[in-house]
Design a protein around this ligand. Structure first.
Ligand code: FAD
Length: 298
């Protein structure tokens, strides 16, 4: 049986360095989705996140909606907003214009990404002839435009297009050296992959924080699909936990909460103090996880 002191050390943040959390949302497409978006932001904002980020649709397809959401988050909730931005299908001048637009509405944080071709991550990426070549190039471009807080992407299981680990970590280092403040990881479900990745990056001289991207499994079917599309693997033990729960939402929700709780408390025990949550515009599981990490609404 676990004694109370041990349990307290696992589940509270009392004697740890201050915890930093951030939340990722996507720009809603319909009025009903937008209502849900603001409802979730309203519940998560009192947790005092470092920022709430809003993704940028493939090929800049959500440019206007991303801008509108970050503008309102900044002006209406007082929580800092971060805008995602990709290099896909746009010239440097066009991207620079978007960055200036973010600055004009008070957005000081950008998640700078290369993005994927419209056919998906499996297809080779061809930069626009007058565009930024990759995320490192984009980071350098943003740095010239102002004093932004910049996050970049990292891949605990290696980016599917990196030929080797050395190539992958070199690319991360280029992004940090170009001026990024931190990396946020792709979703992962084996903490050992994340810890090994951080170790590799540190050995290569990457000193910036590498924040784990936590994806609560609201729907195993949906998240497995996302994971397959972005090159994250689903371990057999995880699939087994959700097996047969397709028509049992209550048990599914309980298993999802237990799985995510196990993941974040284990990372906390490993000394991780910064977490980025992929919310999919929902608040319930993330609220519970923040609570387990010791964060209460203000
Ligand atoms: P990069 O860091 O540029 O690298 C991509 C690959 O290209 C790597 O394998 C790298 O090694 C290789 N590479 C880079 N430069 C060179 C070079 N000069 N020569 C050879 N190879 C090179 N996508 C969206 O569309 N919108 C979003 O809002 C979004 N948000 C995300 C948020 C997070 C936290 C994460 C982890 C991913 C996000 N993505 C988003 C997905 C991302 O766009 C894809 O994973 C994309 O495939 C790579 O983007 P990157 O910024 O990591 O690219």
């Amino acid at each position: 049986m676990i004694d109370d002191d041990l349990r307290a050390s696992r589940l509270t943040a009392d004697k740890r360095p201050e915890l930093q959390i951030s939340f990722e949302f996507f720009p809603p497409k319909t009025d009903a989705m937008e209502e849900k978006f603001w409802e979730s932001i309203g519940k998560l904002a009192p947790l005092k996140p470092r920022f709430v980020s809003v993704t940028y649709g493939a090929g800049g397809s959500t440019r206007e909606r991303t801008l509108r959401m970050v503008r309102h988050i900044t002006s209406d909730t007082g929580v800092p907003a971060a805008a995602h931005l990709t290099c896909v299908g746009a010239t440097r001048d066009e991207i620079d214009e978007v960055v200036r637009g973010f600055a004009e509405v008070g957005v000081k944080s950008i998640v700078a990404l290369r993005g994927d071709p419209p056919e998906g991550i499996g297809k080779p990426f061809s930069p626009h002839p007058q565009g930024y070549q990759n995320a490192a190039d984009l980071v350098a471009g943003i740095r010239k435009l102002g004093d932004f807080d910049i996050s970049v992407a990292a891949y605990p299981e290696k980016h599917p297009q990196s030929g080797s680990w050395a190539e992958d970590i070199d690319n991360l280092k280029r992004k940090i050296d170009a001026g990024a403040n931190r990396a946020i990881t792709q979703m992962f479900f084996r903490n050992s992959d994340y810890l090994r990745f951080v170790d590799r990056a540190r050995k290569a001289g990457v000193k910036a924080p590498i924040v784990p991207g936590i994806q609560p499994i609201h729907s195993f079917k949906q998240i497995s699909g996302f994971a397959a599309r972005c090159g994250a693997s689903i371990p057999d033990w995880l699939a087994e936990r959700f097996e047969g729960l397709e028509n049992d939402p209550d048990t599914h929700a309980l298993v999802a909460a237990a799985v995510a709780a196990e993941q974040v408390t284990e990372l906390l025990d490993e000394g991780v103090t910064e977490f980025h949550f992929y919310t999919l515009n929902r608040s319930n599981l993330v609220l519970a996880l923040a609570r387990l990490l010791g964060r209460r609404p203000d």
